[in-house]
Ligand binder design. Structure first.
Ligand code: SF4
Length: 499
């Protein structure tokens, strides 16, 4: 086994990727991601103690959010990025440790290895990353492992939403406190299974907080999304395709492409940018091109112009268009140009992308027409272009936005409960179907569970990181149903024998 990762729905054989990720992540990156998470846990040991003395270190908070976001599925495939981040992590850990000790903090109790391990050479990083002390399988008990990873993946989802909100100038200290306390809990062998289950539920609470924060950041900055029809055809100008979730990047790209003769199109999870009033004022923002991430290679080929990946959703590119793909923020891929972070009070510089766009032919049309846009997340691409008609003039498919906008759907459900005078959100005639793919869907699920939603259908496969006993807890407490059509027969029979 060269690596072990089972954090997403694509995982090999429904059990775990052990040689190379189905997503394209190589074993080196997978192991370095595990080591970066390990370093984040060590930093959190000190920041959690320091917080008890009133010390809040913004650099620590930002480092942990960035690092965990980098390890989300399809976000960053670049070995060098992870090595650099781990080195940076040692400095961050040393700083918060010193701050804690200088404030009179004591380190009496035995600290976990992640808080004390030191290394300078890359070869030492590699040795540690490949050891049995780091990574998912370092926890031997399968239920403990399942709950620790469920908590970690929920926290990863929280960091994604927190990062977008941060980019718009919105923060919530309680979320950082939970992220770091949650990470420390995954190193604490004294916690019982019940205590870990409680932490997982608390993670759902902070998922709601994070989605609420991002909702506030997006709507206060760009206005409330309006019901919109989105053009899915193309125009004759060269174009830039922007994908991912970061609306701040979207805004800056639209500003910098104004009056340049270059059009801007959204792709994948950036589609909801079409509903925000602040973006409608740009006449060169012409609509959405293509589908979700899974058709990326075919569609990026046809787009002809440069593509900007603002967050996760990168799939390994074909050589034919690789040089047209740029990354920014936590996204990264070896060989792709990375647009650096914005400096204080400045915008990111997208001039290199705009220059390339001007030299490229316009996109090849994939489809014509408009799409009416209550869904959230990228599963909508399975049906949002189908002619499903309307009910008394209301389209059958309405899109509420990105995966984080599932918060808005929950708010609608809670409001309906209130207006209809119901005692329980589960009395509403609503069925919840979560098509999960990566860790942001994990936090959406935990958030809905925290809000008291039951009878959720989760699919298309059973998460590999849920042990049979943890699965039982979810079924018994929340009546979750798993759509297990694609699950491999081995896992299915293991599960069936347990249920
Ligand atoms: Fe496998 Fe998914 Fe992990 Fe990639 S992110 S290595 S596909 S489990």
């Amino acid at each position: 086994m060269d690596m072990f990762c089972f954090q997403c729905q694509e995982t090999a054989r429904g059990t775990g990727c052990t040689k190379r990720g189905v997503c394209g992540k190589d074993a080196y990156v997978a192991n370095m991601q595990d080591l970066l998470i390990y370093v984040c846990k060590g930093i959190s040991v000190y920041s959690t103690k320091a917080r008890e003395l009133g010390i809040e270190n913004k650099e620590v908070n930002k480092f942990i959010v960035d690092s965990l976001f980098m390890t989300i599925t399809n976000a960053n495939f670049d070995q060098a990025d992870f090595v650099e981040k781990i080195k940076e992590g040692f400095d961050v850990r040393e700083e918060i440790k010193e701050q804690y000790l200088s404030a009179g903090g004591k380190l009496n109790q035995e600290l976990p290895d992640c808080a004390t391990w030191e290394a300078e050479e890359i070869s030492e990083f590699e040795k540690k990353a490949n050891s049995s002390e780091v990574g998912v399988l370092a926890t031997e008990n399968e239920d403990e492992r399942s709950l620790r990873e469920l908590l970690t993946y929920g926290i990863k989802g929280i960091t994604a939403y927190t990062e977008h909100a941060f980019n718009l100038g919105y923060e919530n200290g309680k979320i950082y406190e939970f992220i770091e306390r949650g990470l420390v809990a995954t190193t604490d062998g004294s916690l019982s299974i019940d205590e870990l289950v409680d932490l997982v539920m608390e993670c759902g609470k902070f998922g709601v907080e994070a989605m609420s924060l991002l909702d506030k950041a997006n709507t206060e900055t760009f206005g409330h999304p309006e019901v919109s029809k989105v053009n899915i055809g193309v125009q004759n100008n060269p174009g830039i395709l922007i994908s991912g979730h970061d609306l701040k990047d979207m805004e800056e790209l639209l500003e910098q492409t104004r009056d340049t003769g270059v059009d801007v199109y959204t792709h994948g999870e950036m589609l909801p940018a079409n509903y925000y009033p602040a973006f409608k004022k740009y006449s060169h923002f012409v609509g959405n091109y293509g589908n979700s991430w899974w058709k990326q290679d075919e569609e990026f080929e046809k787009f002809n112009g440069p593509i900007l990946m603002t967050t996760n959703c990168i799939i390994p590119p074909r050589d034919s268009y690789k040089e047209r793909v740029f990354t920014t923020g936590t996204a990264g891929y070896p060989g792709m140009v990375h647009i650096p972070d914005r400096k204080k009070d400045q915008s990111k510089d997208f001039s290199e992308i705009i220059k390339m766009a001007k030299e490229c032919p316009p996109p090849v049309e994939i489809k014509k027409g408009e799409t009416v846009i209550l869904t959230a997340g990228c599963a909508k691409y399975r049906y949002n272009k189908l002619d499903l008609g309307d009910i008394n003039g209301i389209p059958r498919v309405l899109d509420a936005g990105q995966c984080n906008d599932s918060y808005s759907l929950a708010v609608i459900a809670l409001k309906l409960k209130e207006i209809l005078g119901l005692d329980d959100i589960n009395q509403l005639p609503i069925s919840y179907n979560i098509a999960w793919y990566e860790q942001k869907a994990v936090i959406v699920l935990l958030a809905l569970l925290y809000l008291g939603v039951k009878n959720i259908h989760l699919g298309p496969t059973l998460p590999a990181f849920l042990s049979p006993n943890v699965t039982n807890v979810l079924v018994e407490k929340f009546n979750i149903a798993f759509l297990i059509s694609n699950i491999c027969s081995e896992s299915f029979y293991q599960l069936k024998s347990k249920l």
